[in-house]
Design a protein around this ligand. Sequence first.
Ligand code: FE2
Length: 283
Amino acid sequence: MTSILHFADVHFGVEDEAALARLDATIESLKPDVSVISGDITQTGSEAEFEAAARWIEQLSGPKVITAGNHDTPMYGIVDRILKPFDRYAEYIDPFDEGLFEDENVIIQSMNTARGVQMKLDWSVGVVNLDDLDQKITRFQQSDWGKLRLLNVHHPFIYPPESPLQKTTDNGPEGLKRLADGNCDMVLSGHVHVPFVIERKPGGSELLSVSSGTLSTRRRDNKPAFNHIHVDADEVAITMVEFSDDNYVRTEKFRKKRNELSGWRREGHTQMRTDAVVLDTQR
Ligand SMILES: [Fe+2]
């Protein structure tokens, strides 16, 4: 059994202090093997915010797999934002980041979709570097076939219609298709501050898009929340853990037998895996 905590958008600087203060006991009861953080760890990328974020991350027990968000660059330092957008993130957050987590059930990797500046007016938009993505897919394919493959990013590759925030992630649809073709099982993201679980079939294979809510005060008609993902040899379950009336309440959002995940347990999948590797080397 693997117990995964999935956080996003804590936004230290405007974090929800009440929600964070009551988090410890809930986390302890979930017995996490790994914590995944999907970016926007700070609000403005200031040193004080990163210091607070680092203190919080340090006290999370166990390994962490972390990625940056668009708020984790210096909002008020344009020169730094252009020349060294993620230096402060690297200084404060990287020391806690395992970069990759792998056990008998899962393999989890992160990929940065945030940018300091971009050749467009809206710098908050996500970007999928397809070469980076292909490297992640190749690494997934080097692990045992039976492990669930999870990619941690900040921006959803495709925003669901019900999302209150609607943007277009550069290369998002193509990225999602490559992940599905490469037999990735789950993309964990944040950014929209709203939890969701969506089963997608961008190619022939199924892939889950999983968004965490936020533990900040920057909310959109929803309560502070994070996800708990349970994976064992037979089953995958995703639960939203929501802070309501001074308590954390769990609501199961998704549960499936692993052999019911279409695309993942197809006959002849060993052959498919070989095909996928060949495709990747041709790109
Ligand atoms: Fe955010």
